[in-house]
Design a protein around this ligand. Structure first.
Ligand code: ATP
Ligand code: MG
Length: 327
């Protein structure tokens, strides 16, 4: 067990095939390579208008789905962020080390909140909570894709400033580039990433979608009007819809998109291939989901034990931060 790996998933919508291929499957594969903390970042799901019942149901679904996707409580710590109060408590201490100017520059806030009086204060401050999420576990390296880079840079800045001002409490993590993972685009708009928070979900495959629903969504996937003999080919600029289906097949079956295109005559055949590949990936997840959903006490126990472990490992970090600040 060399390093610490932390990944949090926000219950902002039903988990998608993109989340599985790009996050959950690699998380399951890395459980023996690091000390893994895998959490549900429920506090991050409340920065815009939310419905309490929907949130409660999504959290329950996430807990079961994380297990169904192969996250293993004997090899990783599974927990819910709000069950570990140190996350929110350290976030407040870090807010006392963060400048409003830094938060004003965050992309999400600029795009979704700035200049609107009814923007939730939490949409302004959630990057500090993210810094707390990271710093509490003292990881030495944080692998991040481009969309999260700004958040981890803020975490580094805040940690460095805290250490200089109050004393050496935090490990300042290095930012590393993760291995290029699968990136699944929205089937209805292949220029946009498939996202769990997308409301009308015609182009979003959910992990719990029935095979029939998957088939229908893929049947309606955007392609193009090319009917030539080599219409099924990888061309990221000219054929984003077709390329996305090939990427999907490749990610599901462990081949390359070029190999996946080999010998596929028509878009109809490609969609059949993509449906079969997606259903084959979802089927075992859904089977385990059904079995686990029938045993709620087991799921409850796993997440209770995980949260207890997180409270234990984060307590010294929080205590050191409090003391350094004069509390
Ligand atoms: P939201 O709409 O709330 O942003 P999301 O589906 O984009 O949801 P995130 O919570 O932003 O999901 O990210 C969770 C993890 O899933 C990250 O590791 C991210 O890289 C991965 N991920 C998200 N969408 C995709 C996708 N379409 N393809 C591959 N990986 C994805
Ligand atoms: Mg996202």
């Amino acid at each position: 067990m060399s390093h610490t790996r932390l990944s949090l998933l926000t219950p902002s919508g039903h988990l998608t095939l993109g989340n599985y291929l790009g996050a959950l499957r690699p998380m399951a594969a890395q459980q023996d390579d690091a000390t893994c903390y895998y959490g549900i970042s429920d506090l991050h799901a409340m920065t815009t208008a939310h419905d309490p019942t929907t949130l409660r149901d999504l959290i329950a679904e996430f807990r079961v789905l994380m297990l169904a996707c192969g996250l293993d409580p004997t090899r990783a710590t599974l927990f819910r962020q709000s069950s570990v109060p140190a996350h929110a408590e350290l976030a407040y201490l870090l807010e006392c080390t963060t400048y409003v100017g830094e938060l004003n520059r965050m992309i999400q806030f600029k795009e979704k909140g700035r200049g609107r009086p009814m923007t939730r204060a939490s949409l302004h401050t959630y990057p500090v909570l993210m810094a707390s999420d990271i710093l509490l576990y003292r990881p030495t390296h944080v692998p991040v894709g481009d969309d999260q880079r700004q958040h981890v840079e803020l975490a580094r800045d805040v940690a460095q400033r805290f250490n200089l001002t109050y004393g050496p409490v935090f490990t300042v993590p290095e930012i590393t580039v993760p291995p290029a993972g699968a990136r699944v685009m929205d089937l209805a708009d292949p220029t946009r990433k498939m996202s769990k928070s997308t409301r009308e979900g015609a182009g979003v495959i959910r992990l719990l979608d029935d095979p029939d629903v998957v088939r229908r969504k893929i049947a309606r996937a955007v392609t193009d009007s090319d009917t030539g003999p080599s219409a099924v080919r990888v061309d990221r600029d000219a054929k984003p819809g077709v390329t996305n289906l090939l990427d999907l097949v490749a990610a599901c079956t462990g081949t390359s998109p070029e190999e996946a295109a080999d010998g596929v005559p028509t878009y109809g055949a490609l969609k059949k291939l993509a449906t079969d590949a997606a259903v084959a990936v979802l089927e075992p997840v859904q089977r385990r989901y059904a079995a686990l959903a029938a045993d709620p006490m087991y799921v409850e126990d796993v997440f209770a034990a995980g949260a207890a472990h997180c409270r234990e490992v984060t307590a010294p970090v929080l205590a050191a931060a409090r003391e350094a600040m004069g509390l």
